[in-house]
Design a protein around this ligand. Structure first.
Ligand code: R7I
Ligand code: MG
Length: 289
């Protein structure tokens, strides 16, 4: 969870800088002064973690209510365009299956929002990959009805679980792809396996996208390649991920979540930890205990 937040907040600092200075700042590794504020990626991941803590699994009605409550309490976290309608309608008492299925002319959203929040779930269930897949699907459906959004969530959750289990970077992407249903996310994951893990992330982004379209397919395969290429060093992983631009808060949230599931925050510079907006403490409330 803390790796996801660090990536989210670090990634968000690369927006709103003049485009011509952005790549130079990244190449020269010029950090922005804190505070680095976290966004919807973190807000929704926290809600999901609270539900896992409270129910031991994804109770979809409880998760929908938790998402809507967090949104109502703090809507200024740069949520995806359709999430404002979705979370307000759920908060107003409309059933989530009705709300999510009517998005985008009945297709449901294929945005990357179900993938951006799910790495901690993969770590939570890391001992059982079938459960990781099933619970990732359930966590996605509450806001994203399109199968590509669900596939993106499955891919990230499985990657986080395999990260915990110590799978080497060279095997990670294919092992993830084997668990993802056929479609654009799976096909771009397979395309990403053609790049050496020493390749320049910008070249990989040129072939599979890096989130500029905010879709799961355009975001998740790149993030998983970046994580696989830097599985033992969360700071290096985040620098590499940001280099290509795109939806940087979300690609970095995904990568931070996957890599820190293995490494924790060991080795992260003190200045980064001090700059990152703190999470609520305790992370989860469990009034029953
Ligand atoms: O998926 P979602 O929660 O967005 C998450 C992203 C992350 O980068 C966050 O940090 C935040 O910045 O937003 O929210 P959605 O609004 O469901 O999806 C995001 C985008 O995906 C939408 O704005 C659309 O551009 C696109 N999109 C679609 N476009 C066409 N047809 C999603 N589904 C469709 C579709 O069916
Ligand atoms: Mg965000």
């Amino acid at each position: 969870m803390r790796g996801l937040t660090l990536g989210d907040a670090f990634g968000e600092t690369w927006f709103f800088r003049p485009a011509e200075t952005l790549e130079t700042a990244l190449v020269e590794r010029r950090l922005k002064d804190g505070p680095w504020l976290w966004t919807d990626d973190t807000a929704m991941a926290l809600s999901l973690l609270r539900i896992l803590d409270r129910h031991g699994r994804v109770d979809q009605d409880a998760l929908a209510a938790e998402f809507a409550g967090a949104y109502a309490a703090d809507p200024y976290r740069c949520y995806g365009a359709s999430m404002h309608d979705v979370l307000r309608a759920i908060g107003d008492g409309e059933p989530w299956p009705v709300v999510t299925r009517r998005q985008f002319d009945g297709m449901g959203s294929w945005g990357n929002g179900a993938a951006m929040r799910v790495a901690p779930l993969g770590a939570w269930f890391a001992g059982d990959l079938d459960t990781v897949v099933a619970e990732a699907v359930r966590s996605a459906e509450v806001t994203h009805a399109h199968p590509e959004a669900t596939a993106g969530a499955v891919a990230v959750a499985v990657a986080a679980a395999l990260s915990v289990r110590g799978v080497p970077g060279g095997e990670l992407i294919e092992a993830v792809a084997a668990r993802v249903p056929d479609g654009e996310v799976a096909s771009r994951l397979r395309r990403a396996t053609r790049f050496a893990l020493s390749a320049d992330p910008r070249h990989v982004a040129g072939m599979v996208g890096c989130g500029s379209l905010i879709s799961a397919a355009d975001t998740v395969p790149y993030a998983i390649w970046c994580a696989a290429a830097n599985l033992d060093d969360v700071t290096e992983a985040l620098w590499a991920t940001a280099l290509a631009g795109g939806d940087v808060d979300t690609t970095c949230a995904i990568v931070g979540g996957i890599v820190a599931a293995r490494t924790g925050l060991a080795g992260v510079p003190e200045a980064w930890l001090a700059a990152c907006e703190p999470l609520p403490s305790p992370l989860v409330m469990n009034p029953g205990q």
